[in-house]
Design a binder for this molecule. Structure first.
Ligand SMILES: *[C@@H]1O[C@H](CO)[C@@H](O)[C@H](O)[C@H]1NC(C)=O
Ligand SMILES: *[C@@H]1O[C@H](CO)[C@@H](O)[C@H](O)[C@H]1NC(C)=O
Ligand SMILES: *[C@@H]1O[C@H](CO)[C@@H](O)[C@H](O)[C@H]1NC(C)=O
Ligand SMILES: [Zn+2]
Length: 458
């Protein structure tokens, strides 16, 4: 800081050019103070060394569940805009993994693995081999791969989680420690308090501040499911999320660490409306093939069929093949309502880009459902109108957002869309850790991060 000399005539004896330099310095200082007190984007900022308070890299990974790409244009989002204008953004959004569901995607973000390799292949499923039912269980046997909090603590860093699917599961050196791992998940725990829990970690002595933190916000997903993506209540939920981001920024600024912390804001998937009521009824396929109801593990957004042929069936593979062929014949016949919007595959024959075959937990037969469509057994079910996700990750409506802000992220930089399995390596690189085997590319980090030790351009 500027220290004025204790002399009666402070400028006497100073060469004119020094006075000039002091003047410039004061102007810069005034600009910087003005800017740091406002939330509006500005080309001015502290030189990175001037505010450096943390002497270690810290990553705060924030997920806003169901934040569809484009929601940021629904309403004023000054805080998200600030992160975008001073950080790096996936210009057309973050691409989720298939199936575009909450648990598979959060765990792909955390591990860098596609669901077939991290084991959480859907939010709920029955293991076709063991017959065991998974429904967000915390038994470590379900959770394969190595999530970021485990990578961090295994290599001697500190981690803290204010919720994240999988974070309560003990694994490696991670025990989900009290005070640094909120558990069990409590949907009623207010978003403000989640943010404040994170902020409280920054009041610890530097050596105890967690190097890696997660913050999970369950909006706007909840409103999205209830009302679909185009309801005014979504707009409100988006504004609420922006307020929470504002609370994070304000709290970090108050502690003078905002420019030192790497804040990553992303979402797990998008949202699409089911309100146009396009439905495919499995019973309509009965003239071609009858699929026993208890073989169907899930109807939509992913149709999952686990055939259980009797002992008398000699060649189940052949029977499976017949089933798939008959179903597709019916669906493409033009005689099944909306049949053209469902295509059935052996999991091994699914498009490669989905990476959805190499797990014994994935049922043998998978149906890809058209964007926003529903699959039901019969017409007896009540008609609903709501929002959903889980569909093909190629659909733009399934995309979410990615914004990185902090010393290693370029200012005002736009990068092309990328898959969320890349995020693991990005965090690992910022923290200076060794990555576990994963499906991200080690080269990707170079395209999104400044080299270590580089001075961030202003
Ligand atoms: C969940 O959070 C709410 C609000 O903080 C609290 O009242 C409630 O007791 C919590 N429930 C559990 C099971 O901890
Ligand atoms: C319709 O399907 C549901 C399962 O989705 C089943 O429980 C019910 O018995 C079926 N009704 C008829 C009339 O087949
Ligand atoms: C994903 O990563 C796992 C672990 O390294 C590897 O076994 C698997 O082959 C990878 N899959 C793809 C599609 O890259
Ligand atoms: Zn979700």
């Amino acid at each position: 800081m500027v220290k004025s000399k204790p002399s009666q005539s402070p400028f006497s004896g100073y060469p004119v050019y020094k006075l000039f330099l002091i003047l410039i310095y004061l102007i810069v200082l005034v600009e910087a103070v003005t800017v740091s007190g406002s939330d509006s984007p500005s080309p001015y900022a502290w030189p990175s060394h001037a505010s450096k308070k943390l002497n270690k890299p810290v990553v705060l990974l924030i997920s806003s569940d169901g934040f569809r790409f484009g929601y940021q244009f629904k309403t004023e989002t000054p805080n998200i805009d600030l992160l975008i204008s001073r950080g790096t953004e996936a210009q057309t959004g973050l691409i989720p993994v298939f199936p575009t569901m909450t648990f598979p995607n959060h765990y792909s973000i955390a591990t860098g693995l596609y669901p077939a390799y991290h084991g959480i292949i859907m939010n709920k499923f029955t293991d076709p081999i063991t017959g065991e039912f998974y429904n967000k269980n915390l038994d470590p046997k379900w959770w394969l791969g190595e999530p970021l909090w485990v990578t961090a603590v295994n290599q001697g860093l500190k981690a803290a989680t204010v919720y994240w699917p999988g974070s309560e599961v003990p694994k490696g050196s991670w025990t989900c420690p009290t005070g640094f791992c909120k558990a069990p998940y409590n949907v009623s725990f207010p978003l403000e308090e989640r943010v404040d829990t994170i902020l409280s970690y920054f009041d610890l002595p530097e050596s105890e501040i967690p190097d890696f933190m997660t913050l999970y916000l369950d909006e706007p997903d909840i409103q999205g499911h209830k009302y679909g993506p185009d309801d005014p209540r979504i707009t409100e939920a988006v504004a609420k999320v922006d307020k929470m981001i504002g609370r994070v920024i304000k709290g970090l600024k108050k502690r003078k660490v905002f420019s030192d912390v790497h804040v990553i804001l992303l979402g797990d998937h998008g949202m699409v409306t089911n309100c146009d009521k396009k439905v495919i009824y499995i019973d309509d396929l009965a003239d071609w093939i009858k699929v026993p109801v208890d073989w169907i593990q899930a109807y939509f957004p992913v149709l999952a069929i686990n055939p259980r042929w009797g002992k008398d069936v000699e060649n189940p593979d052949e029977k499976n093949m017949e089933l798939v062929a008959k179903m597709n014949e019916a669906l493409s016949s033009g005689k099944v309502e909306n049949g053209e919007f469902l295509k059935v595959y052996f999991k091994e024959k699914l498009p490669k880009r989905l990476h959805y075959s190499e797990s014994s937990r994935i049922p043998p037969i998978i149906g890809m459902v058209g964007e926003g469509l529903m699959v039901k057994q019969n017409r007896t079910n009540v008609q609903e109108c709501f929002g959903n996700h889980g569909y093909d990750n190629m659909f733009f409506s399934m995309r979410s957002i990615f914004i990185g802000h902090g010393p290693r992220f370029r200012r005002g930089k736009k990068v092309p869309s990328f898959e969320n399995v890349q995020v693991y390596n990005v965090v690992v690189e910022i923290l200076g850790l060794r990555p576990a085997p994963n499906n991200g590319s080690s080269l990707f980090t170079q395209s999104i991060l400044l080299p270590f030790g580089a001075t961030r351009e202003t």
